[in-house]
Write a protein that binds this ligand. Structure first.
Ligand code: NDP
Length: 452
């Protein structure tokens, strides 16, 4: 049996029942890098494949906080420092009821290769909590963040491990988390990214994942003689990634007709643009309302309990570009079949692992453009890397400067993926290319570092 197959089998046997998302991510990456196995005997000698799937460190802690009624509540906190071979651990924090170790490990594992692809010196990590900020008051969120950081602060730092946001951790949460970190450490450093500009953040960080997703999509399309302009797009979610994906898609001349939250989906045939987009942004970023209110305000169809992909499949609505930007495993086989049948040109992933393996197989068999998450959504962590650089220099670049660097990084990622795919016999396959390019960089560093 090949070494890679042995490692996949061992991970399935050990975590198949308890950590399915982690097994899914490991299987996807390792299956797709098989073309490198015979060409790099040094990775087998150094047992890289097995070492790569084992986190450097897993930290699990108790978070006790007080709600507004004076009750003491308890949640679990996690930080998985997965691989620090090429730089400080780097990856977001997710606050959501469904968070568990397997989800954090899958996200941390993906993050290793995504970060490597950016060309910046960042290792991979991820963290979070099963705390859900929905329906909590501001004060409760603040008290939770301070309690969470009262444990996490001893494990992180600008050259050790640098968290950022993810689902449930936006500008407000980052502010409280960084406030707690500053208070506990009495220092002002780039130990967290996604900070607001006023207290050491980078311009464009807020927008970076969504903007980067569109820069990547534009790059994919342009190599087929197409462009985003004039295309009809579906975005799922209405959080950080989704909102700025919609904003940039509008700017590039596309029409975005779908958005969603975990309660349902809206379909606006005219496009979520101009005043309508402003309303949505305010609804989600400021008022923290539900997407249903958009449908009520503008009198457009709302589908309670359905995802964007359910609506596309059930109603037979054609889009040219699909940008899943909500959560993992949101596009299943039947959704992918419907997208392809209805004539989608490209799927680019804003969320992490939003397509199931069966869905990915359908995209690839159909020959549509497919931008895998670790390449297509790397813009967020890339600008986080730029935020770390600015913090280290005690400088803040202009919007134009950061945006220009983001564009260059997304082009660089695309090129790396294309070249690796070509070099290993899978021309045009961005999933294989992105996995191989990211893996090679980290594996080479691990070999060079010896027992690290
Ligand atoms: P947010 O919390 O800002 O937004 C998430 C959005 O997706 C919300 O609209 C939320 O709805 C919806 N959503 C979340 N979970 C589910 C679910 N299980 N079913 C249906 N809808 C759901 O998170 P982000 O925008 O930051 O993250 C979205 C995705 O992008 C995640 O996969 C994340 O890992 C990935 N990502 C984020 C980056 C970043 O910089 N923020 C960087 C790279 C990837 P509701 O409000 O109802 O919960």
């Amino acid at each position: 049996m090949s070494r890679i197959n042995e490692v996949i089998a061992r991970v399935k046997e050990t975590y198949g029942k308890t950590e399915p998302e982690f097994v899914q991510a490991v299987t996807e990456v390792l299956e797709s890098i098989k073309p490198i196995e015979n060409k790099h005997p040094e990775f087998i000698r150094a047992n890289i494949y097995e070492r790569m799937v084992e986190p450097d460190r897993v930290i699990i802690f108790k978070v006790t906080w007080e709600d507004d009624q004076g009750n003491l509540r308890v949640n679990k906190g996690y930080r998985v420092e997965f691989n620090g071979a090429i730089g400080p651990y780097k990856g977001g924090l997710r606050f959501r009821r469904s968070v568990n170790l397997g989800i954090i490990k899958f996200l941390g594992f993906e993050q290793i290769f995504k970060n490597a692809l950016t060309g910046l010196p960042m290792g991979g990590g991820k963290g979070g909590s099963d705390f859900d900020p929905h329906k909590k008051t501001n004060n409760e969120v603040m008290r939770f963040c301070y309690a969470f950081m009262s444990e996490l602060y001893r494990h992180i730092g600008p050259y050790t491990d640098v968290p950022a946001g993810d689902i449930g951790v936006g500008a407000r949460e980052i502010g409280y988390l960084y406030g707690a970190y500053k208070k506990l450490r009495n220092e002002h450093t780039g130990a967290i990214t996604g900070k607001a500009y006023e207290y050491g953040g980078s311009l464009i960080r807020l927008e970076a994942t969504g903007y980067g997703l569109l820069y990547f999509t534009e790059e994919m399309l342009s190599h087929r003689g197409e462009s985003v302009e004039g295309k009809v797009a579906a975005v799922s979610g209405s959080g950080n990634v989704a909102l700025y994906a919609i904003e940039k898609a509008n700017e590039l001349g596309a029409k975005v007709v779908f958005a969603s939250d975990s309660s349902g989906t809206i379909y606006d045939e005219e496009g979520i643009a101009g005043e309508k987009f402003k309303f949505l942004k305010d609804l989600k970023e400021v008022k923290r309302g539900r997407i249903k209110e958009y449908a009520e305000k503008f009198n457009v169809p709302y589908f309670e309990g359905k995802s964007v992909w359910d609506v596309i499949a059930d109603e037979g609505i054609k889009v040219d570009i699909a940008l899943p930007s909500a959560t993992q495993n949101e596009i299943h086989k039947r959704h992918a079949e419907a997208l392809v049948k209805l004539g989608v040109i490209a799927v680019a992933e804003g969320a992490n692992m939003p397509s199931t393996p069966e869905a990915i197989e359908i995209y690839r068999d159909a020959g549509i453009l497919y931008g895998p998450a670790k390449a297509a959504n790397a813009g967020g962590v890339a600008v986080s890397g730029l935020e770390m650089s600015q913090d280290a220099m005690l400088l803040q670049w202009t919007r134009e400067e950061v945006d220009e660097r983001l564009r260059k990084i997304m082009k660089h990622i695309y090129r790396e993926a294309v070249e690796a795919a070509e070099a290993y016999g899978y021309p045009g396959d961005l999933m294989v290319g992105a996995n191989i390019a990211g893996f090679l960089k980290v594996a080479k560093a691990m070999v060079a570092l010896g027992l690290f």
